[in-house]
Design a binder for this molecule. Structure first.
Ligand code: SF4
Ligand code: SF4
Length: 348
């Protein structure tokens, strides 16, 4: 049976509050419940993240039901300003996320150093259990606000990625990433050192003006691919991305297990790279599409994917990443029973 998915065209984004009320996607919000609103606050200088003005209507609807919303995310495993709770909160504040602007506080779910976690048993193909940020796992239910855009490792990043990778602690993120280690095409290296500075695992060093990778230290985070101006790092996307997408879907399965949630995708500022990168590499490459909401993350991502491709005139994601099949995450998430790819679109 198809899932119902609701669509608000971008030009009508000012009507977000009325749209969400009409869509009735917050069916699971109960009085005095703690509601985790999972979002990505954007890396420093990033411009693509969902803006605080769109969080306020969501928090307002939750509070009307006398429940307690809080914004949340987990630490990253790459060099940046969100690798621990202290700096993460400073970036969120710099990007305008405050109690005043959003109508709710922020709790970084995996704590100061990214190791406050709860293990959830799933017994799936890649993982027997997953490691989730404790203050996400302890929420009564969830709302995932996801920026839908291109992604350097999975083709696109939307709800499934926000749930799976976004709710994993540092150890969880390492586990998801560890099969996607890049190869080094050293002849192209100009010894600029950019990748060395950006590798949080200290897996890279310059020796005789050429880059050397310690594969034992590399966790496959992909930061060096984006930071290198000469495309020295090459990922075997068929192997790396397919497995990574499945691993993320399994983490999403663990997060959602026994919990109710809803999903709001912002299909705007559609860039090639995710919100973990800075302004230079994060410009939008096509027109904004709109806001997609529902109670099925697979259907919400599928509809966001289809609407993006329809607006672009052909498959946007296969155009920017010809070697990545981004539909693996949709297919495997459906196989896991997280949701269905078939949907009925209701336009507001
Ligand atoms: S070498 Fe590249 S992929 Fe490996 S940990 Fe460092 S930045 Fe990440
Ligand atoms: S960023 Fe690229 S070019 Fe610069 S040192 Fe690293 S591998 Fe070499």
């Amino acid at each position: 049976m198809p899932s119902k998915v609701y669509f608000l065209p971008w030009k009508k984004r000012g009507e977000l509050y009325k749209f969400l009320k009409a869509a009735k996607v917050f069916y699971h919000v109960k009085a005095r419940n703690f509601l985790a609103v999972k979002i990505h606050f954007g890396e420093e200088k990033n411009k693509g993240y969902i803006k605080p003005e769109y969080v306020k209507p969501v928090a307002d609807i939750i509070k009307e039901k006398t429940a307690f919303p809080y914004l949340t995310d987990c630490s990253t495993i790459y060099v940046g300003k969100r690798a621990d709770a202290y700096h993460h909160l400073l970036v969120a504040n710099k990007h305008g996320f405050s109690v005043e602007s959003c109508g709710c506080p922020i709790i970084i779910a995996d704590g100061l150093r990214g190791n406050n976690e709860i293990e959830i048993e799933i017994n799936k193909k890649h993982f027997k259990s997953v490691l989730i940020g404790a203050d996400i796992a302890k929420a009564d239910s969830f709302i995932f606000m996801s920026h839908f855009k291109g992604h350097e490792a999975t083709g696109f990043g939307g709800a499934i990625k926000n749930i799976g990778m976004g709710c994993g602690t540092k150890a969880g993120k390492f586990a998801m990433h560890h099969t996607s280690k890049p190869h080094v095409h050293n002849a192209k290296c100009i010894a600029c050192g950019s990748c060395v500075k950006n590798c949080a695992q200290e897996a890279l060093s310059l020796e005789n003006k050429k880059i050397v990778m310690n594969k034992n230290k590399c966790v496959g985070c992909g930061q060096c691919l984006v930071s290198c101006p000469k495309n020295v790092f090459i990922l075997d996307w068929n192997e790396g991305s397919n497995s990574l997408q499945e691993r993320i879907a399994e983490y999403a399965y663990g997060v959602l297990k026994d919990k109710k949630s809803s999903y709001i995708n912002f299909v705007n500022h559609i860039s090639k790279y995710c919100d973990c990168f800075d302004i230079v590499k994060n410009e939008p490459l096509m027109d904004d599409v709109g806001i997609v909401a529902g109670t099925d993350p697979v259907a919400v991502d599928q509809a966001s994917y289809d609407l993006t491709n329809k607006t672009y005139g052909k498959n946007f994601f296969r155009t920017i990443y010809p070697d990545i099949d981004p539909e693996i995450q949709l297919e495997y998430a459906q196989e896991l029973g997280i949701g269905v790819r078939d949907y009925e679109l209701v336009e507001y």
